[in-house]
Write a protein that binds this ligand. Structure first.
Ligand code: GAR
Length: 211
């Protein structure tokens, strides 16, 4: 079967959605073989252990240079021989060498309608801008931070009385629906990156990410 490694830094609610999908009748198209965190106290590690999945920590301060950290991370990940690597709230910037190594088999979920609001504090920025819609993007990871080819997006409305918390919660509902679907597509061999163009069942996905 196909093998999946999930990288986290915190709560791991997206990891939980993937674990739940794996347990469902439909399955995930493969198996989560390890969860790796750069934070020893990430709650997602507990979720992994509860599900009987290997929970690994490579603490953020282990190496002074990003390159050395990422080489150690590569060694740790490659012990599990994953077909797909999924970033699920992994809050480190990855070096070019890391991104290159997993080109075409590295996915990220980002809480904005990319290319809007790359980086941090996306919900706050959407509110401050007065946007009336916001959402989530899933994309293949390339060297450009939050700039890789879009697979799919989901939109949510911004309500007049929203704060960061209520808006984040509305976006997360979509995250938890969307990530298992995209991961299943990949593990079933339906989703591929051809050059810089993601394809689903051999058809290019729209550049907008909106299906
Ligand atoms: C998610 O909302 C994800 O989109 C975001 O972190 C959260 C992690 O939540 N990712 C980023 O901001 C990446 N730059 P989780 O740990 O509960 O899945």
């Amino acid at each position: 079967g196909r093998r999946l490694v999930v990288l986290i830094s915190g709560n791991g609610s997206n990891l939980q959605a993937l674990l739940d999908a794996q347990q469902s009748e439909e399955g995930l198209g493969g198996q989560i073989v390890a969860v790796v965190s750069d934070q020893a106290d990430a709650y997602g590690l507990e979720r992994a252990r509860q599900a009987g999945v290997a929970a690994e920590v490579l603490p953020a301060g282990t190496y002074t240079s990003r390159e050395d950290y990422d080489q150690a991370l590569i060694r740790l990940i490659d012990d599990y021989q994953p077909d797909l690597l999924v970033l699920a709230g992994f809050m480190r910037i990855l070096s070019p060498a890391f991104v290159l190594r997993y080109h075409g088999r590295l996915l990220n979920i980002h809480p904005s309608l990319l290319p809007k609001y790359k980086g941090l504090h996306t919900h706050r920025r959407a509110l401050e801008a007065g946007d009336n819609e916001h959402g989530v993007s899933i994309h293949f990871v390339t060297e450009e931070l939050d700039g890789g080819p879009l697979v799919i997006q989901a939109k949510v409305p911004v309500e007049v009385d929203d704060d960061e918390k209520t808006l984040a919660r509305r976006v997360q509902v979509k995250e938890h629906l969307l990530y298992p679907i995209v991961v299943r597509w990949f593990l079933q061999g339906r989703l591929q990156l051809q050059g810089d163009q993601p394809q689903l069942d051999g058809q290019p996905l729209p550049k907008s990410g909106v299906l």
